[in-house]
Design a protein around this ligand. Structure first.
Ligand code: EPZ
Length: 438
């Protein structure tokens, strides 16, 4: 296992380039099942999650290769497999996005239920209701979802759940509907830029989709889609994380290949803390001005502040000059970062689906444990600002969604090293505590 060794207190300065969007690339890779390929995808980030999905697609008879230009080339070599194994789906829940394309293209999909994770129970009831509405026969056996249909039929579907729209649920149903007979209307659809990107990819393959970016998406089914090549949008969550790294260290950071239009609520929240924001067509600059001012953050579906940046904002606001209230209306339990930020000297008190952050003048370095992808990013940001040294352990969580984050931060002047985590391999006898009775 690896860890990050961070020496805090360095103001980040300079320019850094964002990678492609993980949450656009994953459903787009899954949608490649809808054609026999070859498909070329550009700007797909080099991430653990992308590699996991590539392995899963391989199990489904789809070859995924990265060419010499770093583009992903995807081609179906065997259209018969229909089962996605538990072992891979449990590692990366977005694998569940293969279900809709499998049913639409191969008439059957057998995909392990993804189970929960550290940020919540993560149900898939809306995915299944949407596919059933399209005429798939859906049942659950031994932890697997089995969905089958000779040919899907268009339907009028509402995908809004108790916590708002479902992003990957919209991806699953929209992808499946492209090959259904007739017209499908998805109401309560997710409006995230990643869903728009998936829709544009499907249109590039010949799908007929209208209303992308709104809560009502209309799809007119076609008999067949054609292979294409497509460039993934930049990762707005990585852009936000890098801008927050600039802000928390009192620096000045420009993130290139950013889409300011995807980050309006994030930039407004950053400006509310007193940071100076400068937006250009394809880059954003944040210039911090001393300690951040307190502000309240309510993570919500797009176009609100994304839940995937809630923990990173919490790290910034732990150093503010006052008290902030942070709530998450998407994942009520997404506060794994609180305990570890408090170990760095923050003063955060959780209550239900919100947390009160009382700003402190400084954080002090410590050894902390990453628990999930975005909580890990929050710990890295806090370590960049904390006094002395912070060790962030189990950064395999971080490698799922950030492409060489330590390299990007080091390019901005951060003192951050990736190391093998020696403590992770200590045999039991080194552990402090009651000695084992021989
Ligand atoms: C996507 O997850 C993202 N993942 C998540 O990013 C992101 O946090 C989330 O959307 C919200 O924006 C990918 O795109 C791969 P949802 P998803 O279905 O689709 C409830 C990251 O860090 N719900 O939009 O799984 C659900 O419990 C990851 O990159 C149901 O009730 O999330 C949640 O409260 C983490 N029934 C809300 O809806 C369902 O069938 C939104 O979940 C599905 C979801």
């Amino acid at each position: 296992m690896d860890c990050f060794r961070i020496t805090g207190g360095v103001r980040l300065l300079g320019r850094v380039r964002a990678s492609g969007s993980k949450n656009a690339a994953l459903p787009i890779m899954a949608a490649a099942l809808l054609v026999d390929g070859p498909i070329t995808l550009k700007r797909v980030p080099d991430l653990a999650d992308v590699n996991t999905l590539a392995l899963l697609l391989g199990q489904l008879g789809v070859e995924v290769k990265r060419d010499s230009d770093g583009n992903l080339r995807i081609a179906t070599v065997d259209p018969t497999p229909t089962k996605a194994d538990y072992d891979l789906v449990r590692r990366m829940r977005a694998s569940f996005c293969v279900l809709g394309p499998l049913v639409a293209k191969r008439g059957r999909g057998v995909v392990s239920l993804p189970g929960g994770c550290n940020i919540g129970t993560r149900p898939v009831d809306l995915h299944l209701a949407g596919l059933s509405a399209l005429g798939a026969e859906v049942r659950i056996e031994h932890g697997y979802v089995i969905a089958a249909a000779k040919r899907l039929r268009g339907a009028d579907i509402n995908l809004r759940g108790p916590f708002g729209p479902t992003v990957t649920g919209t991806a699953n149903v929209m992808s499946a509907a492209t090959l259904a007979v007739g017209r499908t209307v998805i109401r309560g659809a997710a409006t995230e830029p990643e869903i728009v990107d998936l829709g544009n990819f499907l249109i590039a393959m010949g799908a007929q989709i209208f209303g992308l970016g709104t809560e009502t998406i209309e799809i007119i089914g076609v008999d067949e889609l054609q292979p294409t090549q497509y460039r993934i949008i930049p990762d707005r969550i990585e852009v936000g994380t890098l801008l927050l790294a600039g802000a928390i260290t009192g620096g000045c950071v420009t993130v290139e290949e950013a889409r300011p239009g995807h980050l309006a609520a994030v930039l407004a929240a950053l400006a509310a803390t007193g940071a100076d924001i400068d937006c250009r067509a394809d880059n954003v600059t944040v210039r911090a001005a001393g300690r951040p001012r307190p502000t309240n953050i309510r993570a919500r579906p797009y176009p609100g502040v994304p839940t995937d940046l809630q923990a990173q904002f919490m790290a910034l606001l732990s150093l503010s000059t006052g008290e902030s209230l942070i709530s998450d209306s998407v994942f009520a339990d997404r506060f794994m970062q609180v305990a570890e930020l408090n170990r760095l000297g923050a003063r955060i008190k959780r209550s239900g689906s919100s947390a009160t952050v009382r700003g402190v003048r400084e954080l002090s370095g410590a050894s902390v444990m990453a628990s999930d992808l975005r909580a890990s990013a929050a710990l890295v940001l806090a370590g960049l600002a904390a006094e002395r040294e912070t060790i962030v352990r189990r950064i395999y969580h971080l490698d799922r969604g950030y492409q060489r984050l330590e390299q990007k931060l080091a390019e901005l002047g951060a003192r951050i090293l990736r190391e093998r985590d020696q403590e992770a391999f200590l045999p039991a006898r080194h552990l402090v505590g009651p000695q084992l009775v021989r």
